[in-house]
Design a binder for this molecule. Structure first.
Ligand code: SIN
Length: 305
């Protein structure tokens, strides 16, 4: 096996894969099982101040390999979730606490509470496309992204990542704003806002009508976003969207990501996807003479047609 270890903002990961927020990450036990399956780090479910039910059913539609979800940020609230975090940390990989809130003050408070609960880094969810008053509704303009990041950054002494929405005319402007506001890394991308209609029922399938599309179909958009962001910011980028294989992860890495997150493929292929992606990457590195992951980060910018 090649040396797949990476350093992301001072966090040491044994390999560049992380569990993306939203899949098998609401309990300590499932997060620990993902770590044991080979993930280099785990991002928690997005957590808010109070318990929240989320949207009613149906809240997920399967479209082949892809999903449209409108979970609506269901979570047990930070007080209860803190105990799950303790359990997850026993697995020995960095745990990144994903938080959401309705504005600068609430998101800053959530970041501090998640840090107090023991997270190794914070991921600000500025991008969920289907929860009223949260996510993309507060994270779609550079001004808000900058001011939220600035508020959350002050008083935090662990790394802070900003997870950005692709549902915008310029994710690059959001990334630059996050960097100005003090984010230590950019996570790109969250799901694409979409909907599915049942002609038979003559109505939207999701109870919330709108949801977020994830899976292989969004990978070219994610890779493009990472490529563009890489040319505009100096902080590390964590790529996410449609990764199922080592080749998919390498696309993101060569576009400029220092590590990657995997979500929908865990739902589809199970936790084994992490070791499979790592084996693929290792095999590619051995075959192509790369010793470390960082040697491949952004190389697609150097080679022109
Ligand atoms: C959810 O938990 O509702 C999904 C989170 C997201 O889309 O960011």
């Amino acid at each position: 096996m090649a040396d797949l270890s990476v350093d992301i903002c001072g966090l040491s990961l044994k390999n560049p894969t992380m569990l993306a927020s939203g899949v098998l990450d609401e309990t300590g036990k499932t997060m620990a099982s993902i770590a044991r399956a080979g993930a280099g780090a785990v991002v928690t479910k997005s957590i808010g101040r109070e318990p929240r039910q989320g949207h009613g059913s149906p809240c997920i539609v399967e479209l082949g390999d892809s999903l449209v979800n409108a979970m609506g940020l269901p979570n047990p609230g930070i007080d209860v979730f803190g105990r799950e975090l303790e359990e997850a940390k026993k697995a020995g990989v960095p745990i990144i606490g994903s938080v959401f809130g309705g504005g600068e003050a609430e998101i800053a408070e959530m970041a501090r509470l998640m840090a107090d609960a023991g997270a190794d880094a914070i991921e600000l969810n500025l991008s969920c496309p289907h929860a009223k008053g949260f996510g993309a509704e507060v994270g779609s303009t550079p001004e808000r992204v900058e001011s939220i990041c600035r508020a959350a950054r002050s008083g935090l002494d662990i790394p802070m990542f900003a997870k950005l929405t692709p549902n915008t005319s310029s994710i690059v402007d959001l990334a630059k704003a996050a960097e100005r506001g003090g984010a230590d890394a950019i996570v790109a991308i969250n799901t694409l806002k979409g909907m599915v209609i049942s002609p038979e029922a003559r109505m939207p399938v999701l109870a919330n009508r709108f949801g977020g599309l994830s899976g292989p179909s969004i990978r070219p958009i994610g890779v493009r976003c990472v490529y563009e962001i890489r040319g505009a910011v100096k902080i590390p980028i964590i790529g996410v969207g449609g990764i199922e294989s080592g080749n998919d992860a390498l696309e993101y890495i060569m576009a400029g990501a220092s590590s990657v997150q995997i979500g929908t493929a865990v739902w589809k292929h199970g936790p084994e996807v992490f070791s499979k992606v790592c084996e693929d990457i290792s095999e590619f590195m051995n075959r192509n003479g790369f010793d470390r992951i960082f040697e491949m980060v952004g190389v697609a910018h150097e080679v022109k047609h």
